[in-house]
Design a binder for this molecule. Sequence first.
Ligand code: NAD
Length: 504
Amino acid sequence: MTDTLIPEIDESKAAIERLGLRTQAFIDGEFHDAISGRRYMTENPATGQPIAEIAEGGPADVDAAVAAARRAADDGRWSRLSPGDRKRILVRWADLIEGDARELGLIETIDSGKPITDTIGLDMPETAGCIRWHAEAADKLYGQVAPSPEGTVATITREPVGVVGAVIPWNYPAQMAAWKLGPALATGNTVVIKPASTTSLSLLRIAELGSEAGLPDGVLNVVTGPGDVVGEAIGRHPDIDCLTFTGSTEVGRRFLHYAADTNLKRVLLELGGKSPQLVFDDVTDLEGIAANVAVAIFWNMGENCSAGSRLIVHRSVKDRLLEAVRAELRNWPVGDPLDPATRIGALVSRGHMEKVLRYVRIGREEGARVVTGGERILEETGGWFVPPTIFDGVRNDMTIAREEIFGPVLSVIEFDTEAEAIALANDTPYGLAASLYTDNLNVAHRVARALRAGVVGVNAYSEGDMTTPFGGYKLSGFGGHDKSVHAHDQYTETKTTWIQLRSG
Ligand code: NAD
């Protein structure tokens, strides 16, 4: 997949310039410097080297973007297009993203440290696929006629909320944007979106492709800059009607304050997780389970909201399973994210790597035992690399079992009975995802029902696909769900129209 692109890549300035990076805010169909003129540097996490300077937006840039989005919402240039026309433009956009998957994947990899095989092979096709899926739904969403009394007609219709403010994280920069933009735009809203300041480059190029596809000016606006400035200005803006946020629980809480303190805008929160993977004693395919366990915690360097960071395993199979996971890790080379063989690239920033290593230190201090990994590696590259790290002997009350690490760190916890496994799995402030492995149908159904999580994989580590909603319980968020037709509800108002008929 990456064979023809990779040999052209080097990290020289010229190679980066050939990518034609977009580094300004995208407002009302055009790229602009920040009104203050300020810029900040984004760097390559695999080398620590600078890539490009990006416009450092502030409240004035958010005002300009919201004004453009408001004009576009109010004059109906998007919401009043026929759903079929909206669909055609969004499908064209998805096609352009897919067509540029190599270039976009390369941009994503140098900006985020994610392996190139993932960014080109998964992130970009899934970004395009998400936008296409919602686009295809745009002209298939029906209203309802209520069973109202004789002499009346009552319709229940859906209307766009208006201007949506979106703030997204750095772990899947393009995909998280698509999870918001697909349903918000398909249902006729206009959007002001802020990418994470460390990973803004792919979204800026994707926004440009949106214009090429025919998105009218002002419908999609991207403001780059720091979260506590640009994110807060979006959160507090009185002319934004709905906030959709994906990120940490800590910052998610702030969005509730922003809305409560201003215009009570609708708030949709997709937050953190500490997801369990349960393995029962009847399982037979330990190699297959080990492969899933590794994907669940080490894919995307563990920088994954639904990462299965707690392996809750029956005491009688634990040693054999751990052996199988360690054997599986031979298939997970850590290294240069531009190398197609790499499965684990660099963590997103020095600060994040230090946070992950701090948790590893705390795990050791609290008495858990490192089975593999646990130290920074490849320091000579200048990048931020931590190999797969497994802690055995973890108790569920240890810090590493309670707090989201968001790195390649697995905590192994033993259990003896089904009831104990369920209690351990649910003993967490989070409730985003869970997976369970058993060959017993009764255990599968009983435990899947008992788990307090928004997505449960049975004999799978899976978030489902675009047809299934994604979102969490408890501190993992609320207000709506990403993906599937359920995502459309959160970006629409429900209108009742009650019509009294005159008697004939
Ligand atoms: P984060 O909360 O630090 O940042 C998320 C976004 O919020 C960024 O764009 C950031 O700039 C912005 N932000 C930061 N401070 C802000 C403030 N004071 N006001 C407004 N905006 C602010 O999260 P992150 O480190 O970028 O991403 C990791 C987190 O995201 C993890 O907790 C992970 O679980 C979560 N996540 C959740 C999902 C999901 O679907 N539930 C998906 C991906 C990531």
